[in-house]
Design a protein around this ligand. Sequence first.
Ligand SMILES: [Zn+2]
Length: 73
Amino acid sequence: MERKQFQLGDIVQMKKNHPCGSNEMEIIRMGMDIRIKCVGCKHSVLIPRAKFEKNMKKVLRSATSETEATDNE
Ligand SMILES: [Zn+2]
């Protein structure tokens, strides 16, 4: 099973596009809930972590270097 890794500042793609047409979201707060901001219209939403993980498709751009992401290879 693919493990989803994400962190603050990452640009992620959600399964559903935002109503504005953009599907890129930036993670701007992490905690019990995750706050993401739409890259297209700058609208931000707070969603429970479990729901975020379920609705997140993939990380498009990581805030940190990619060497860390491939550490387990
Ligand atoms: Zn939007």
